[in-house]
Ligand binder design. Structure first.
Ligand code: GRF
Length: 217
């Protein structure tokens, strides 16, 4: 069975969704850069090993990245999933996990990379917003897209109501993307991700989009 390490910085609701989805891969550890991340407790309650690599203990990003790599690689994961991990990772780190480092971002990339996506979406007046799971490349919030889900932006939305609607979809598509990885169904070529078999419930949902050649559903 393949194994997964999840990196968090805070609340950990996406991490929780990954743990509770009972995916066909072992969740080897949850690692946080913040000792007080709420997600660490949730992971422990689920019997998942946890580690803290506190970025404040390192003089620079290179030293922090190196310590993080060492902690992650101790578990020999096939996949590393960033789930609300709020540190920018250096090119060396990203290249070390090339093709096996995923991120979830709360917008329809390439729109709204970076922070505060929901407020920015409201300011721009977009009618459709959403979330994206992608493989990580050195460019921030960029990289081959695995799956996206859309939500409508409603006239009376605040950034809180919009965030909640998007988060519901995050909790659905991140486990789906990791499941595909666990089952060996993701084929990465250049900047595109092909899903080798698409007979899945998530893919049949109207508000989910992924690059799928043919549906067997
Ligand atoms: C999520 O919106 C995720 O997309 C973004 O940070 C947030 C983390 O939330 N990268 P949680 O810690 O998973 O609850």
């Amino acid at each position: 069975m393949k194994s997964l390490v999840i990196l968090i910085s805070g609340r950990g609701s996406n991490m929780q969704a990954l743990i509770e989805a009972r995916l066909p891969l072992k969740i080897a550890a949850v690692i946080s850069n913040k000792p007080d991340a709420a997600g660490l407790e949730i992971a422990k309650q689920h019997g998942v090993e946890t580690r803290v690599v506190d970025h404040r203990a390192y003089p620079d990003r290179e030293a922090f990245d190196a310590a993080l790599v060492e902690t992650i690689d101790h578990f020999h994961p096939d996949l590393v999933a960033l789930a609300g991990f709020m540190r920018i990772l250096g090119d060396g780190f990203v290249n070390h996990y090339q093709g096996r480092l995923m991120n979830i971002h709360p917008s329809l990339l390439p729109a709204f990379p970076g922070l505060d996506t929901h407020a920015r979406a409201l300011r721009e007046g977009v009618k459709t917003h959403g979330c994206t799971v992608h493989f990580v490349t050195p460019q921030l919030d960029h990289g081959p897209i695995i799956i996206q889900a859309t939500v409508p932006v409603l006239p009376d939305d605040t950034k809180q109501t919009l965030e909640a609607r998007v988060l519901q979809q995050e909790h659905r598509i991140y486990p789906q993307a990791v499941r595909w990885f666990a089952e060996g169904k993701l084929k990465l070529s250049a900047n595109r991700v092909e899903i080798l078999e698409t007979a899945t419930a998530a893919n049949a949902d109207a508000n989910t989009t992924s690059h799928s050649p043919k549906s067997h559903a």
